[in-house]
Design a protein around this ligand. Sequence first.
Ligand SMILES: Cc1cc2nc3c(=O)[nH]c(=O)nc-3n(C[C@H](O)[C@H](O)[C@H](O)COP(=O)(O)OP(=O)(O)OC[C@H]3O[C@@H](n4cnc5c(N)ncnc54)[C@H](O)[C@@H]3O)c2cc1C
Length: 422
Amino acid sequence: MPDTPPTLPGLAIIGGGPAGLMAAEVARAAGIEVDVFEGKGSVGRKFLIAGKGGLNLTHAEPRPGFDARYRERRDAVGAWLDDFDADALREWARGLGIDTYVGSSHRVFPADRKAAPLLRGWVRRLRDQGVRFHVQHQWLGWSDDGALRFSTPAGELHVAAPATVLALGGASWPQLGSDGAWQPLLAARGVDVAPLAPSNCGFDIGWSEHFANRHAGTPLKPVVAFWREDGREHQRQGECVVTTTGIEGSLVYALSAPLRDAIARDGEATLHLDLAPGREFDRLHRDLGKPRNGRSVSEHLRRQTGLTGVRSALLHEVLGKAQMDDVELLARTIKRLPLVLKHARPVEEAISSAGGVRLEAMDARLMLDALTGVFCAGEMLDWEAPTGGYLLTACFASGHRAGLGAVEWLRSTASSPITSGN
Ligand SMILES: Cc1cc2nc3c(=O)[nH]c(=O)nc-3n(C[C@H](O)[C@H](O)[C@H](O)COP(=O)(O)OP(=O)(O)OC[C@H]3O[C@@H](n4cnc5c(N)ncnc54)[C@H](O)[C@@H]3O)c2cc1C
């Protein structure tokens, strides 16, 4: 290792996901030299996987409802969206030749619903604009003299950078590159980091073996979920899927933040499901009260309510044999099936992460208070949102904010190596 590591001419961006690439784009457009370092052999792997489900780029919900999806971080994320919102994102995609459309659920997708053409065109444009890419460069932290340390196929490399944007992602799907290994590196430098936790995740319930063997993988659609949050009951219709250990799917993902927080607070959370959204309790009660004429409960349930398969099995799973004969209780349980959620599934399986670098640990430009000249962006920041395009939108918007923040900072200061503020 040379005594003095080479110094980059401008901005080092570590992490080639949507947040890092957007930071690269705005900084380069402002005339700054940009080097992007990525641990994997190519950039944007999670973005490509997001494309497998149709690439839900953003959402057509108007503001301020859009901002409210970021819960307690609505104001902070809203400030990023003031500069780069859903419309700006659609316009940006159009600039890459990718038209978008609003789907029936108001989610916004590229016309071809694919991520690969968008990413390919974007990386090509960044290269043409002079952004330098360094793949297979896994960031290891800082050396004693403040240089960035990378593990590369050619051995360890140290480079000094006048400014750095960290856009290292959360900890979901770590096989795609974002593994959360940055947490102790930043914490050791005095950065306040909320532990990464699963968001948009499934939950464990602990089915009987019989139920799990027969029904894992079976969808429940539509159902209405009821849950308590902020002292009130809320409800929402959607779809979920029974898993070997519990439940997952878009309806459960959307509720994952309050359910996860309730488990952390109370040890467990109860989610109620209406298994027959189109039927009133009174009618169920009346129909189930008709004589069974020697038929089994399951057959009676099928004939009188149309509930079969996994819905019927759920009732058997939750109610004992004797309780299934109690018409009033059975009708009530069809309308309010209680599911006791024990744990969130691990963050590695989740669609996204909650937690991360606390926004209080940085200024409005997204520069860390503890590390002058170091900015953070994307999912590694402490915000969360449901699926629906809100995740990518905040990643792009924070990358935009951090990239411009780094430009402003570089212009306001003589080029100097990164110094710890501690
Ligand atoms: C299956 C799936 C589907 C999804 N679908 C959607 C969707 O349709 N819509 C939506 O809005 N969101 C979706 N998301 C979420 C969205 O993909 C992420 O929120 C987004 O990619 C995060 O962007 P980012 O730039 O912050 O981080 P990432 O995309 O995770 O990128 C971080 C990059 O940093 C690199 N890196 C990490 N550590 C290091 C290191 N030490 N050194 C060097 N490089 C490092 C990683 O390899 C990675 O390339 C989906 C997620 C998953 C898992």
